[in-house]
Design a protein around this ligand. Structure first.
Ligand code: CTP
Length: 404
């Protein structure tokens, strides 16, 4: 249908990038990227109107995002027409603009297009041997300056390699080595590094790409205070595994929990770092002020709490310590605690403790003649604590406790 809208407006339209890659790999991909040879914004507006979706233009880049009522997202971009002055007296040459668009992309596997106009629907456009790379499971750049233009592509290469179980081709690997040797990272304050790192944290298994980043010598730019011999630094890998396991458990208990995974993983990585190092990391990669504050505060709060949690305590006391913590705090405690009973305590808190309520309600207390006032919630809280600690288990028990 989108293709027919393109026909109406007279533009060639193509699905491109990760969508085509994943389609050929038969993997699900929920984001559709479309490139049109024509004005992308005008086309996006037409698509949004047709599907009664929302339309967000980015005038500067001639791109727009359309969100359909079912939340499906379509990114629409304009394939820029560029004219090349050819030598001698030849006229100007206009490169096929979709070819130019694809040639600027990161890796061959992401540089295919699928035409969606009605008559040509499904025509695969592959100028760079992408299908063969996909078959051979190779990540390959399209030109030698790819990482110089955009060093964050190194993170992407590693992410795709680990996610799809591909391998980075030998020439591309060499170019990564050159980019690292040229210190392209050391000089940069590019926030794209952080965005790519955050996507790695969202992968099913972030440890693989993180170890690969270290193998390419990139930890010294990301976390200079981490020991360079990360291979022997078992604690780094252990921390990442623990965080992953804790997130999994939390989702089992609370499938809809809103977890900021990058905060959770960064906190684990920064477990042995001081506030200066965290601040320096945030400054270097232009992290949002709000997130930086969250990292610093969570770490301070939880580091102070950890030794307290090591001592045995009643459940009601545990509840008191944990009740104001958010998910990232609890995940951090789970991930870095050295004693396994802490995991159990935090999980017990999440599964049970925080949901416990006394059987007697405010209404019952009123009927029993207790006057409304500040004492009221104090009584209910003490009933709740007694229930947590197993001192009462029925309404009669609660009434008896009140008599006392
Ligand atoms: N792209 C690029 N260079 C970058 C980022 C993106 O060339 N630094 C191109 C790639 O062609 C990519 C497309 O833009 O396919 C869309 O980018 P993105 O949505 O980040 O990647 P996907 O390939 O869709 O990957 P994912 O499956 O992780 O969403």
């Amino acid at each position: 249908e989108v293709g027919e809208l393109a026909d109406e407006i007279g533009f060639k339209a193509f699905a491109v990038g990760g969508f085509v890659r994943d389609l050929l790999l038969k993997t699900a991909n929920l984001d559709l990227d479309i490139v049109v040879e024509g004005n992308g914004i005008a086309f996006a507006k037409k698509v949004a109107e047709h599907f009664k979706g929302k339309f967000f233009p980015h005038e500067k880049f001639l791109t727009a995002t359309v969100t359909l009522p079912n939340d499906f997202k379509i990114d629409i971009a304009t394939a820029r027409l560029e004219y090349y002055e050819s030598p001698a007296a030849m006229p100007m040459i206009q490169l096929s603009s979709i070819k130019l668009d694809l040639s600027r992309r990161d890796f061959s596997i992401n540089a295919m297009a699928l035409q969606i106009n009605r008559e040509q629907f499904g025509t695969l456009i592959d100028y760079f041997n992408s299908q063969s790379d996909l078959r051979n499971q190779v990540i390959r750049v399209l030109h030698n300056l790819s990482f110089v233009e955009d060093p964050s592509r190194i993170f992407r290469a590693i992410r795709f390699e680990k996610r799809m179980n591909f391998h980075i081709g030998p020439h591309t690997k060499g170019l990564i080595g050159n980019a690292v040797a040229m210190n392209l990272f050391g000089k940069s304050r590019d926030s794209r590094f952080l965005s790519e790192l955050k996507i790695i944290f969202k992968e099913k298994d972030p440890l693989g790409p993180l170890v690969r980043l270290a193998e390419f010598g990139l930890f010294q730019y990301l976390w200079p205070d981490l020991r360079p011999n990360y291979r022997t630094d078992r604690r780094f890998c252990h921390g990442i595994r623990q965080t992953k396991a804790a997130i999994k458990k939390l989702y089992e208990i609370e499938p809809k929990a809103k977890i900021d995974k990058s905060v959770a993983f960064l906190l684990t990585i920064f477990h042995r770092s001081g506030p200066e190092e965290i601040q320096a990391f945030c400054n270097r990669f232009n992290e949002e002020e709000k997130i930086c504050k969250k990292l610093l505060q969570t770490k301070q709060r939880c580091d102070a709490l950890l030794p307290i949690l090591y001592t045995p305590m009643a459940k009601s006391e545990l509840h008191q310590h944990l009740q104001d913590l958010n998910y990232e705090d609890l995940l951090y405690i789970c991930s870095v605690a050295k004693k396994s009973h802490i995991h159990k305590s935090v999980l017990d808190y999440l599964c049970q403790l925080r949901h416990i309520k006394p059987l007697l309600k405010g209404k019952d207390l009123m009927e029993m003649g207790y006057p409304r006032g500040p004492k009221f919630s104090e009584i209910l809280n003490s009933l709740k604590r007694a229930k947590m600690d197993g001192l009462v288990s029925s309404r009669a028990d609660e009434e008896e406790l009140l008599q006392k």
